[in-house]
Structure formats: C-alpha cells, structure tokens
Ligand binder design. Structure first.
Ligand code: ADP
Length: 449
C-alpha cells in the first residue's frame, strides 16, 4: 500500500475506534441497566439465603458456602457496625432485613441482609466490575463493527486514492514527453473534473507539440528552398564563360532570394515578439483613412504592374491604436488582394463606422479560397497551394491576426474559388492607451507578402 492510502486508512480507523470507545463509555455512564441488574440479582440471592435459613437448620456459614456465585462474594459478617453501612441503611435493614447499597457507576452494588442474629454481606467479586460486564456483553458486537468498518475504510481509501495514483503515473508519462496519455473516468465529482482537466491539458500539449514540430519543418523548408537557389546561382556565377546578361540575371535572383530569406526571418521575429506580448505598446491618435491610403500608395509598384483598378471609399476617421503595427495589417491584406488578383481586375476598399467600430472592407476579384482551406488561412505557414508558395511564406495572415488580437480588433473573410475574397476588419475606435510609458520597440518589417 502507498503512503496516502495508509494515512487515510489510519485516520479513518482512528476516528472509528475513538468514536466507538467514546460511545461505549457514554452508554456506561448514561445507562444504569447493569447496576439495576446487579441489585436485583443480589436481592434474589439475599431472599434465597433468608428462605434457606428459615426453612432449614443450616448455619449461616453453611448456607453461604452452598450458595456460591462467580460474580458475587458472600461473607457472613457477624455483628454489623452501624458506621459500616451508615445509619439510614441500618434503619432500612432493621425494617426490611435486606438493604442494597449502590457503590458508584463502575463498582455496582453491595447488599447486606440479616440472617437470624447475624448478617451476610453480598459484594462484587474484586475482579468483577460494571465495566467488565458491559465489555463482556458488547465486545463481539464492537469487534464486528470495527472489522466491517476497517474493510469499508480500505475499500473507500482505494476508491479515493486510485485515481490520484493514476494521475501521478500519467503526469510522469507527460513529464517524459509522452503526450498520448489519457485517463478514463466516469466519475461526476471533483476527481472526475480533475481527470477531465488533465486529459484536456495533455490534448492541448499534444497540439502544441505538433505545432512546434510543424513549425520547425516549415521553417526548415522555407529556408532550404531559397538557400538551394542561392547556392545554385552562385556556382553558376563562378563560371567565367557566362555572358554579362546572365551574370546580371543570376545576381538579381540571388539578391531576390536573400531578400526573401531576410523578410522571412524578420516576420518570424515580429510574430514571436507579438505572440509573447499581452497588449500593444505606444498607442497614438491618427487618421485611419490616411493610413490606408498611404498603404495603397506604398503598394503602387505591385498593383501598377498588374493594372488593377482601386475603388476607394474611406470615411474620415480618427482612431487610437498602434500606428506601425496597424500599417502591417493593411500592407498584408492589400498585398494579398493584389497578389491573388488577375491583371486588370478591380479591388474595392471601404472604411466606415459600424456599431461604434471602424470597419475596413477589402474586396478583390481574385482567385478566391475554397471552403476547405478557408479555416486554415490564419495558421502559420499555411498557403493554399504549392504554386503560390514562391510568392510568400504563409506568415502574413498570422501576423495580421495577432496584431488585431492585440488591438482588440477582429477579422473575418468570405471567399469562394473564382469569386474573389472579402476581408472585413473591425477595430475599436480607441483602445485604452497603456498608462506605463514603454520603451519604443524596433519596427517590424514593412510587408511579408
Ligand atoms: P502568403 O505569404 O502566402 O500570402 P498569408 O498568410 O498572407 O501568406 O496567406 C495565406 C494564404 O491564404 C495564401 O497563401 C493564400 O493562399 C491565401 N490568401 C490570402 N489572401 C488571399 C486573397 N486575397 N485571395 C486568395 N487567397 C488568399
């Protein structure tokens, strides 16, 4: 048996024994039943002695020797001194011929009777007391009671301790890195709740572990591809026979791939930093419509190349938020809308106040996203299909989501393949500005797409 079971069993048994003992003593004190039985017995004995004395010619000594009882001690006492039994009892004795003296709650009684000219004293045997009488009557019931109680205590202790032991074993497994442990429990009490919470915690840890492994393999993949391309083109550059045009082309690819790697690492750093942050720092008041317009201008080279048509309707609106972080949201969302739109398509961009919040809608006429992929687009490194992977890293929307979470904003998307996508961002007009001034943090990268 383990320590906790032994302790619990010992506590319960101690309580049972103590309560048994106390109730035993209480019964002894409160009930005068045995004392009355002793007095009745002794009176009967006394009457038998008196009857024998009057009906036979036996001497007192003979009668006393004939009537023996294991419980009582009979003794002829000759002349009785009145101080021995007290004057009141002496008077009763004179009137009745028998007097019963109560000796106290544990000692029982003594009877004195007159037999002719002499007296007989019937007392308790020295080794015989009220306590022993009670004990001899009740010990087997008490023993049985304690035995049944002990068996029940052991069973109960096992029932209580078993899940704790199971949990201990399971936590040791989790500590070793095994996240497949689950404990079965049909209990509907606190222990059932504890088990369910434990199972949930392990499931959560398993998900985190899978995400961590996924993250490592994704990062490795994202780094491997540009590195392989840099290595390939760098070795081509070493060939003295290549033309000047080829040399420029290969160097451009190397610069592009290096930029992609640098963007990837910056985005990952920003995302990690934002994920470890509880709230946004350095909030300021600025015009949201101006910021969005500025983002569109910054992306002009991309949408200009594709000859996209922007349809912009922005309400003038001042908000309090982290300006630099929010700029990343618009650059990413607009960058995606541009990236996934065919040449000459239109992009609708609106800003308005709705339900006391700023609502920004970016609607494109691009490739759209299938219902199957839609729930996953905010996951890190998720890209709808491999053909698009060259153009991004799949981190942009994770960054957007995290920034909006930190600013108590929300993002939703409606999309279908071939029908374009509609991203809706809602933001509170003023989130509380952090009371503690924080050191200004380095800016995250401008865009990941
Ligand atoms: P990426 O860097 O690949 O653009 P994001 O996290 O920004 O990564 O987006 C994740 C994926 O969601 C993209 O790879 C793309 O497949 C899909 N996606 C995002 N925005 C759009 C859009 N406007 N139209 C179609 N697909 C989109």
């Amino acid at each position: 048996m383990n320590k906790i079971s032994i302790k619990l069993a010992a506590y319960f048994l101690g309580i049972i024994l103590l309560s048994t003992l106390l109730s035993f003593v209480a019964v002894m004190f409160l009930s005068r039943q045995v004392e009355e039985e002793i007095a009745r017995d002794q009176r009967e004995l006394a009457m038998t002695i008196q009857a024998l004395q009057s009906q036979t010619s036996m001497s007192v000594e003979d009668i006393v020797s004939v009537i023996t009882r294991s419980n009582y001690h009979l003794r002829p006492v000759g002349l009785l001194d009145s101080t021995d039994i007290g004057p009141a009892a002496h008077q009763d004795l004179d009137e009745d011929g028998i007097v019963i003296l109560h000796d106290g709650p544990f000692k029982g009684a003594t009877t004195v009777l007159q037999v002719g000219d002499s007296y007989v004293r019937i007392g308790m045997q020295p080794q015989y007391s009220v306590f022993q009488i009670w004990f001899s009557r009740l010990w087997n019931s008490f023993a049985l009671y304690v035995l049944i109680a002990a068996a029940l205590v052991v069973a109960l202790t096992h029932k209580v301790v078993h899940p704790v032991l199971e949990l201990t074993g399971a936590t040791q497994e989790v500590a070793k890195g095994n996240f497949d442990v689950q404990i079965e429990s049909s209990r509907n009490d606190e222990i059932g709740d504890l088990t369910e919470n434990f199972n949930q915690m392990v499931r959560q840890l398993r998900t985190i572990e899978y995400l961590r492994r996924d993250f490592i393999s994704n990062v490795s993949h994202e780094i491997k591809t540009p590195l392989a391309s840099i290595r390939g083109f760098a070795s081509l550059l070493q060939n003295p026979l290549i033309t000047e045009q080829e040399r420029v082309e290969y160097s451009e690819i190397i610069v592009e791939e290096a930029t992609r790697l640098s963007n990837l690492s910056s985005t990952m750093l920003s995302l990690t930093k934002l994920e470890n942050q509880e709230s946004v720092e350095t909030c300021s008041r600025f015009y949201l419509d101006e910021q969005i317009r500025h983002a569109v201008l910054l992306l002009e080279p991309q949408w200009g190349r594709k000859e996209l048509i922007f349809n912009i309707e922005l309400e003038e609106l001042e908000i309090t938020a982290n300006e630099e972080l929010l700029q990343q949201v618009w650059l990413n969302l607009l960058g995606n809308a541009i990236k996934f739109s065919p040449s000459g398509a239109g992009i609708d961009l609106t800003l308005q106040v709705s339900d006391g919040q700023a609502e920004v809608v970016i609607q494109d006429q691009g490739v759209g996203i299938s219902a199957e992929d839609l729930p996953r687009i905010f996951e890190k490194f998720f890209q709808v299909d491999a053909t698009r992977s060259k153009e991004g890293s799949g981190l942009g929307l994770s960054l957007v989501k995290r920034i909006l979470d930190l600013q108590q904003g929300e993002i939703s998307v409606v999309s279908a393949p071939g029908e374009g996508s509609r991203f809706v961002v809602t933001l509170p007009l003023g989130i509380p500005v952090d009371s503690k001034p924080q050191a200004k943090q380095p800016l995250p990268p401008k865009s990941t797409t």
